[in-house]
Ligand binder design. Structure first.
Ligand code: AZE
Length: 185
């Protein structure tokens, strides 16, 4: 059994960021408080020759309540003493999007099929549990998780105390790309 304290959340052992690079489709997500990416979420991680990790991400989102846009996001990652735990500085290509500085933890991955991501934005002072988290279930395949990975991912959702809190992330070809670009605003 787990105590749900953020400090005790088990992360990926011997995480290899080079093997993690490349494209991932979000197939499930647990939302944080406030504005968040809706669907058609795709992330691309890159590790350069100096070991610096950067990423791009896009996803459909409503800004100012009703304005549907395809968010074009950028991020740079800072390593920490744990190879599976990063600090992520992120911003939108358009200033109308969101900026932030979040934890970015890799809970589990087989690098070739699935990954479980976790981010806690706010820890409860009283008991050390998370007061505001978000999490992505990533797949290398747009169609979703393979049957054999679903059980592993379910167990990990439980480990991070977020079982039952996820929504499926749909991918509809053209849905994001066809929106009016806001990158120049
Ligand atoms: C993440 C991993 C790859 C890089 C980035 C990620 C997170 C992006 C957001 C974006 C939110 C945008 C909003 C715009 C109005 C974790 C997918 C940047 C959290 C809400």
């Amino acid at each position: 059994a787990q105590d749900c304290q953020v400090a005790n959340i088990p992360v990926m052992q011997n995480f290899n960021k080079s093997r993690y690079a490349g494209q991932w489709y979000a197939v499930g997500k647990k939302d944080p408080d406030g504005l968040f990416l809706l669907d058609n979420i795709v992330a691309n991680f890159n590790v350069d020759e100096d070991g610096i990790t950067t990423a791009t991400a896009r996803g459909r989102v409503y800004i100012f309540k009703y304005w549907e846009v395809c968010a074009d996001m950028r991020a740079t990652f800072e390593d920490t003493s744990d190879p599976a735990k990063f600090k992520m500085k992120y911003w939108g290509v358009s200033a109308l999007l969101q900026t932030g500085y979040d934890d970015h933890w890799v809970i589990d991955t087989d690098y070739d099929n699935y990954a479980v991501h976790y981010s806690c934005r706010k820890v409860h002072e009283v008991n050390g549990t998370c007061a505001d988290s978000y999490s992505f279930i990533f797949s290398r395949h747009e169609s979703g998780l393979r049957l054999e990975d679903q059980q592993i991912v379910s167990a990990k959702k439980h480990d991070i105390c977020l079982a039952g809190k996820y929504r499926r992330v749909t991918h509809t070809p053209g849905q994001c790309e066809n929106l009016t670009p806001i990158d120049s605003i």
